[in-house]
Write a protein that binds this ligand. Structure first.
Ligand code: CP
Ligand code: NVA
Length: 314
């Protein structure tokens, strides 16, 4: 019998129920354990091709997706947008239908979430979000996997996201934590609060799971009692024109030793990376005893292997 994710798109964490997120996490743990036992290849994608379209730069997502498909016995096809006819004006809807005739899934990193929705509407194969302006669901799945590993659970854990709470990483993390019954606090200036519809979806998910979503302006107040302190860049890809304004709004939201000292004694520090030392985080914190950022980055691979296997394997 095919699993619940077989043949599905993954554009948003909203697309997944709590049970489905748990299934991804359980599968990721199995993938990771088997990998460390020496089983490098689990060939559930044998004979299958996954197109990986990138409109923006990437280190972790590109490499971990290519390696994930290869370790599942499939073929990853890396496609830069500027090398496709898309760059010369071929419509997304035409690209979607043509690629669907060649590949078994399409993963894409795009500027506008609408591009992903159009890709999904016209593709006959599953479409996976590798980051848009709205969400970064593969990141959030690796993040909750990491929190479970480090803290034993997401339920009942206090996770404080400090910084730009209106970006892709904050949105997906908030949704994932809320679905799993965690306590997510977003510490940001009023101007950078989450988008209202995504916030409402997270609040509803938290009401159903026994979790909690809070918005707090003061970062020092927010991190009190935190088990996890999380941040992301102040200026996301594609926001270069607003860089000065965002740096001005976020200047008091740096994760430094003073801020970490207010969190719980055994608190961990997380960052999706790439990090800008001296802006959203200091060298002392990212290189310090709190930091789990390398384990977090590694978990991208295991979580994505789980997602790909659940969506694509027979
Ligand atoms: N965290 C993340 O998605 O990193 P990349 O931009 O390097 O893929
Ligand atoms: N918010 C960041 C995440 C990078 C992985 C960006 O969109 O640039």
């Amino acid at each position: 019998m095919p699993g619940p994710l077989r043949g599905r798109d993954l554009l948003s964490i909203k697309d997944l129920s709590r049970e489905e997120i748990e299934l991804v996490l359980d599968t990721a743990r199995i993938m990771k354990t088997r990998y460390y036992s020496g089983e490098r290849i689990i060939p559930v994608l044998k004979g299958k091709t996954v197109a990986l379209i990138f409109e923006k730069p990437s280190t972790r997502t590109r490499v971990s997706m290519e390696v994930a498909v290869a370790q599942l016995g499939g073929y990853p096809l890396y496609l830069r947008r500027d090398e496709l006819q898309l760059a010369r004006g071929e419509p997304i809807k035409d690209t979607a239908r043509v690629l669907s005739r060649y590949v078994d899934a399409i993963a894409a990193r795009v500027y506008s979430h609408k591009s992903l929705e159009e890709l999904a509407a016209y593709s006959s194969v599953p479409v996976i979000n590798m980051l848009s302006d709205l969400e970064h669901p593969l990141q959030a799945l690796a993040d909750v996997l990491t929190i479970k590993e480090k803290k034993g659970s997401v339920k009942g854990v206090k996770i404080v996201y400090v910084g730009d709470a209106r970006n892709n990483v904050a949105h997906s993390l908030m949704l994932a934590v809320a679905k799993l019954g965690g306590h997510i606090v977003l510490a940001s200036p009023k101007e950078l609060r989450p988008r209202e519809d995504i916030l409402q979806a997270a609040i509803q998910a938290a009401n159903e799971s026994g979790g909690l979503v809070e918005l707090i302006e003061d970062p020092f107040e927010a991190v009190k009692g935190a088990d996890v302190v999380y941040t992301d860049v102040w200026v996301s890809m594609g926001e270069e024109a607003q860089a000065e304004e965002k740096r001005r709004l976020l200047k008091n939201y740096q994760v430094n030793e003073k801020l970490m000292s207010l969190a719980n004694n055994n608190a961990i520090f997380m960052h999706c990376l790439p990090a800008h030392r001296g802006e959203e985080v200091t060298e002392e914190v990212i290189e310090g005893p709190w930091s789990v950022v390398w384990d977090q980055a590694e978990n991208r691979l295991h979580a994505q292997k789980a997602v790909l296997a659940l969506i694509l394997s027979d």
